[in-house]
Ligand binder design. Structure first.
Ligand code: FEO
Length: 392
């Protein structure tokens, strides 16, 4: 495998991982992923930007086999899917200096066992002239870890953004084909990786707003030739205002909770509110996470197992609590056989969600007319809240 030219003197040397089906042992990857690395050649010096996941190191090794010298290796982000190949790179190119942000240095030592003497930190805004190719390092914390930075190639106006603006997608074409397709993949990625740091994403977007960017070359997925589309999508996803949508993670054991969910979904639809039910027994949790990006309300619906909520419904709550979407309202529905603390356990599991709790609806066994009327009232309350919030 050879380096692949993106623009003159800038080559792709990363790896496409078509077979990977799960990231972080959590989020499904229907289209695989990639670990992108880039080689920038100046008149005088050459820099490698990021490395690859250790499992795909052989691809990086093959692409670099005819590259005799690397002067600098830029580590934009310490997570191992981009840094795992660095020990090999530094061994293969002992003359190379590893460049990282200040906070990244101890993390590279901790995660990879590197010698601190091998690492030179760069300041926010610092430049490095390779000879007609100038790299500018821009600290962009929390997209994805606190140490993360982006690297901007001034002459060609390429932003090597690492995780942000990335997408889990493996393909042989290096550039984005269809904007709609990539925005779906990028949103799945944003939901898992960026959403918890939404406020800082806003700050990072402001930080690069005056930067002229012709290409965004992320560390996952294809390169953006139309940076404005993905930047605008990020602005919308990170924006404080949710959409007129309700996410309903639910589980049923004997059908009672399913009846409540069916009633709520129809009740919301009749009132002009978009409902997204996810049966957690079969749901793609990546899709659940994506839907949480815009949702104004989450309604968790669970039967009772012993005295607590069904673990699959509780798992959705734990995930939502970790991802910290911008939801403003929450409610709990469900059923029980004899007794239980299902609702209390669910409420206690969502401390990160800054939500107004709407009335709980719980039935004993099959829902009676009064229970279904309570679901209708919940649908009405949600619609009213969304209307008051100006969502429709
Ligand atoms: Fe793709 Fe946060 O690593």
């Amino acid at each position: 495998m050879k380096p692949r030219e993106i623009i003159p003197d800038v080559h792709y040397v990363g790896a496409q991982d078509f077979d990977r089906r799960l990231f972080d042992a959590l989020i499904p990857l229907p289209d695989g992923t990639s670990y992108n690395a880039y080689l920038v050649r100046g008149r005088d010096m050459t820099a490698l930007i990021d490395a690859v996941e250790p499992a795909m190191l052989h691809v990086l090794q093959d692409r670099l086999k005819d590259v005799p010298r690397i002067d600098y290796v830029v580590s934009n982000h310490t997570e191992q899917d981009h840094s795992g190949g660095l020990p090999w790179v530094l061994e293969r190119y002992p003359e190379a200096r590893l460049l990282s942000s200040e906070p990244a240095k101890p993390m590279l030592v901790d995660h990879l066992g590197l010698d601190p003497a091998q690492i030179r930190t760069v300041a926010d805004g610092e430049r490095l002239d390779l000879g007609g190719k100038t790299l500018r390092f821009i600290y962009t914390p929390w997209v994805h870890w606190p140490e993360t930075m982006s690297t901007y190639l001034e002459e060609d106006k390429v932003l090597f953004s690492c995780d942000w603006f990335g997408s889990h997608m493996a393909q042989t074409d290096l550039f984005v084909d269809g904007v709609d397709c990539i925005l779906g993949e990028a949103k799945r990625y944003y939901a898992e990786i960026m959403m918890p740091f939404r406020k800082i994403v806003q700050k990072n977007l402001d930080k690069i707003k005056d930067l002229e960017v012709r290409l965004i070359a992320p560390s996952h997925g294809p390169i953006h030739r139309d940076p404005s589309s993905i930047i605008q999508a990020y602005r919308d996803w990170a924006d404080d205002k949710p959409h007129n949508t309700v996410v309903i993670p639910w589980v049923t054991m004997h059908g009672s909770t399913a009846l409540l969910v069916e009633r709520l979904v129809n009740g919301l639809a009749e009132r002009g509110v978009t409902a997204h039910p996810f049966n957690m027994a079969t749901a793609d949790i990546g899709k659940l996470a994506m839907t949480l990006v815009d949702a104004a309300t989450i309604v968790v619906a669970a039967p009772t197992v012993h005295v607590g909520p069904h673990p699959m419904a509780l798992g959705a709550v734990v995930l939502a609590n970790a991802l910290r979407p911008k939801v403003r309202f929450a409610a709990i529905m469900g059923s029980f056989g004899w007794a239980g603390k299902m609702a209390d356990v669910i409420k206690a599991a969502m401390p990160n969600l800054k939500v107004e709790l709407l009335p709980t609806v719980i039935c004993k066994g099959l829902p009676r007319p009064a229970d279904l009327a309570a679901v209708d009232a919940l649908a009405e309350a949600i619609a009213a809240k969304h209307r008051e919030a100006g969502l429709f």
